[in-house]
Design a protein. Structure first.
Length: 610
């Protein structure tokens, strides 16, 4: 019997296990692979986030360990060290922090090895689960290489895999594919054809325009979907998921380069007309990531396929991208300038040495998503109201910053449209809050799902990034520890207590342009916390500005939350005023006042809280 069983040693699963162990729980961490770290150690090449904040403690620790490695190995401000950090003087997303997969794996392995309360099982997948009513009791795992089984009993469970396999065998309701437009009223749901990507206008460095102009503290993207829907956009739902691909890491360093040879089943005709972009540049030590080779169709069989099926699909994507590189380097139909660009590249000798220098697995963009006690939809990622902020959630445990997006689900096009399912709402989207309820499946009280969490297909876009999952994973670790201390399952945990714990540990549960969640200022947790209660308008907290005319509104909201509410001096800074309210609400909680009900009362009064 263990305190917590975590399936899926993705970055989110590792953050969950490490946090729970540090909070005193004994943890068993299980993964189907022999290599831990998920996509980040299998071809990502960098951190997909336009937000430079160190948004949660273990995420910050991992980034700092990576930059520390490059600093100590290659020197302060060496090209490798600089590439491992967001590029100074640039606001473009492409200049985000980069990392070699081998270094990411080394950092994750070290992080786990330091926690003596964590036991790791590599090469196992869940095959059965035992339940007693609304509680999961045990999970039986099967070896990836044989018929051996192993049963693990635990008080609490977390599914941090990309495929939701533990949730599925536990009988949790899951979704695969696209909801119809009618289900949640999402404009981009279901079958959809939009204008192909558009570039930013002259003089604008990228999308969104607010980021380009400095009004939004996020990095910019070089493209956005056009606003036009083609008439064939019926919004009909189906079982389609986003296309996958195999993300190669390549190098042009002759001392580290392994040449790609002609694949056995190579057919040049397979690659005619296939786009070879895009590239993740400037990975340390003369490496790039290659984000191409999106075969559209094989991915649909992956989410609910058995492991032989998944391995077959994985090989199909791997063989396609390797053949594509050979084609670009050798085929006579490839333009000379394209051949000249690709000729120097090969597989890095120091990456994936036990797998032919190829990443371990296909990039699973979307698989199962649980049906939880809340569903993150397109509406959660779009601004509302006069202040143009996304809806506020009183139980927010993490934030998104990536746009609402989807790559192709089917290869169909209409006129000049993008393929069916493609959209990239980099202009319209804004940072959003993720409710704790999205991690809680319906009908099961002691399972947390921080990766395949509850979201619609459209809402999934801004969630499916490792920095977000490291937040939700660590939040799940805190939730498991708090519920263990109280002797209750995570579904019965008062979210107020969880969120106060998170903000005290410098979690970003509310995004603000002018509040770095890692800042040591005493008012930072207060501003983050009150950001879940609608105390701040827009994305500017203005913590150093006087409260002024906002005092009356703040007092009204405070009184709806606390019987101890008092007056606020309009001359107080907004940060200090937040700290006064925050401390009072903490007293309420310690005195046994049901702050969860008080928050619900505030929501019923019309604050921007869902």
């Amino acid at each position: 019997m263990t305190d917590l069983l975590v399936y899926g040693a993705t970055p989110g699963g590792i953050a969950c296990a490490v946090r729970a162990a540090r909070e005193g729980l004994n943890v068993v961490l299980v993964d189907h692979s022999q290599h831990l770290g998920g996509f980040l150690t299998s071809g990502a090449g960098g951190w997909e986030t336009p937000c430079d904040y160190l948004r949660s403690p273990i995420y910050a620790e991992v980034l700092q360990a990576i930059t520390g490695y490059y600093r100590s190995t290659y020197g302060e401000d060496s090209p490798q060290h600089l590439a491992s950090m967001p590029q100074r003087g640039s606001r473009r997303h492409i200049d985000r922090a980069k990392v070699e997969p081998r270094v990411a794996e080394q950092v994750f392995d070290t992080l786990i090895e330091r926690e003596k309360r964590i036991t790791v099982y590599r090469g196992w997948y869940p095959s059965e689960a035992q339940r007693e009513g609304t509680l999961l009791v045990s999970v039986t795992f099967r070896s990836m290489t044989g018929d051996e089984t192993r049963m693990v009993e635990a008080n609490c469970f977390a599914d941090a895999s990309y495929t939701g396999d533990l949730a599925a065998v536990a009988g949790v309701p899951c979704r695969v594919g696209r909801e119809s437009r009618d289900e949640y009223g999402e404009p981009h749901a279901g079958r959809v054809f939009v204008e192909n990507h558009r570039s930013a206008p002259a003089g604008q460095i990228g999308w969104p325009a607010d980021s380009a102009s400095g009004k939004l503290n996020l990095r910019t993207f070089g493209h956005a979907s056009g606003p036009v829907f083609y008439p064939e956009s019926t919004g009909e739902g189906d079982g389609a998921v986003m296309a996958y691909n195999y993300r190669l890491i390549l190098t042009d360093d002759p001392a580290n380069r392994v040449e790609v040879l002609r694949p056995e089943a190579y057919q040049a005709s397979d690659y005619h007309g296939v786009a070879w972009a895009s590239i993740v540049p400037n990975i340390p030590n003369r490496k790039i990531g290659w984000n191409a080779g999106r075969l559209i169709g094989p991915q649909h069989g992956y989410p609910e396929g058995d492991w032989p099926t998944r391995h077959r699909i994985d090989r199909e994507y791997r063989d396609f991208i390797v053949g594509f590189l050979y084609y670009l380097q050798h085929d006579s139909e490839v333009p000379a300038e394209t051949q000249e660009f690709w000729k120097p590249y090969g597989l890095p000798r120091d990456e994936f040495p036990d797998n032919g220098h190829l990443p371990y697995e296909v990039y699973v963009r979307e698989a199962r998503r649980i049906v939880g006690r809340a569903v993150f939809t397109e509406h959660d990622g779009l601004p509302v109201g006069a202040d143009r902020r996304t809806p506020v959630h009183a139980d927010s445990i993490a934030t998104t910053d990536w746009p609402l997006d989807s790559v192709a689900c089917h290869a169909t096009v209409v006129g000049e449209s993008a393929m069916d399912g493609v959209f990239f709402l980099s202009e319209e989207s804004r940072p959003a809050q993720i409710p704790y309820r999205c991690l809680l499946p319906q009908g099961l009280d002691n399972l947390l799902v921080p990766v395949c969490l509850s979201a619609s297909h459209v809402g999934w876009g801004p969630i499916r990034l490792e920095p977000v999952w490291m937040q939700t994973g660590e939040a799940a670790g805190f939730a498991a520890a708090l519920s263990a201390k109280q002797g209750i399952p995570p579904a019965q945990l008062n979210p107020c207590e969880l969120i106060r714990t998170l903000v005290d540990h410098r979690f970003m549960v509310s995004f603000f342009n002018d509040v770095d969640p890692a800042d040591a200022a005493p008012w930072v947790p207060a501003v983050q916390y009150l950001g879940t209660l609608g105390f701040f308008d827009g994305y500017d907290a203005l913590p150093h500005e006087p409260l002024g005319a906002s005092a009356e509104t703040w007092i009204d909201r405070w009184k709806q939350l606390s019987p101890r509410a008092s007056e606020l001096d309009p001359n107080l800074t907004r940060g200090d005023a937040a700290l006064q309210v925050f401390r009072d609400l903490g007293v309420c909680a310690s005195a046994g006042v049901d702050t969860n009900l008080l928050r619900a009362n505030l929501a019923s009064q019309g604050a921007l809280i869902n």
